[in-house]
Design a protein around this ligand. Sequence first.
Ligand code: OSB
Ligand code: MG
Length: 368
Amino acid sequence: MRIDEVELRIVRLPYRSPFKTSFGEEVEKHAVIVTVRSEGVEGYGEGVMDPFPMYREETQAGAMHLLRAAFGPDLLEHGCEHPSELVARWARWRGNPMAKTALELAVWDCYARQQGVPMRELLGGERTTIPVGASLGMTKTVQQTVDNVTRHVEQGYQRVKLKIEPGWDVELLAAVRAVHPNIELTVDANSAYTLDMIATLRQIDEFDLHYIEQPLHWDDMVEHAQLATMMRTPLCLDETLTSPARVKAALDLKACEVVNLKVGRVGGLQATLDIHRLCVDRNVPMWCGGMLESGIGRAHNIHLATLPGFVYPGDTASASRTYARDITEQQLEATDGWMPVPEGPGIGVTLDHAYLHAVTEHVETVHR
Ligand code: OSB
Ligand code: MG
């Protein structure tokens, strides 16, 4: 595959309402949108790194630098036979999985469009619709979250995940469980707790949660493994799982029983396929996480979540929960908790060029 052009773009997409987690409150998405052009066909990828390292340590400025000076020029110079080669080739540049993924995804999409097949087919996914849940940010009052849960349950979401932190946990869960005793409910702490808060964690353990996501430090496995022996609720890791090797280590250590898979965090689709195989072999349930992506990253996630190992509902909910208008022409919307896979070649979405232009903060072309 010859690559003729690589374009890097930073967009700022306003959220419909602020998204609050234990690492802060955000009012807009800063996304890196990568376009590759090959023999007249375009493909799109999205980078999920933030301007500041709040979730993992990658930053947008660092990613732009590497895309511009390392991964982009390498791709222009050498092309590829198949997109699955790229991440191994870029391994000589350490880490930076989100930056690598943004470009790798664009090549996969372009390749699939050239072949005239949907991405899910290239990946080995069979479903044409995927089960989805919703991730609910923290609110001012407990009642607001309870109402928010009710709204999402009424819309048919198959699982509700609540963002928690110390002080926004036990009372919240008691209130939600009082109204919704039987729904599939999870919590995501985004690393807000430490092992010495075990008394609170034990209380959280009493609410029949499907799993608890990333309670401890964002790079830890050892303390999560300790915590797992003290709780009956399964632990799910997110932030900690940054590569196939680290997923294997976390499973070997029994630091988690459930895997949140985010393609950007683990270093691309080939890494994701490796993790998928490992988890299927070991019977470890997986689900597809989200980073409030635009229609491009969301469409990639939806295709990925068609793989058979994604047995729990993912976070790839309706785009309209997050955005009043998206940069894709297709509105990615779930009905009754099922998200249809966009049809057509590649990820199956086309760009809303007028809006893309309006929300573009910066655009550049990569040189060889
Ligand atoms: O921890 O899963 C997370 C959003 C941004 C950063 C981290 C996370 C999230 C979400 C939102 O939970 C999931 C989504 O709706 O895309
Ligand atoms: Mg998470």
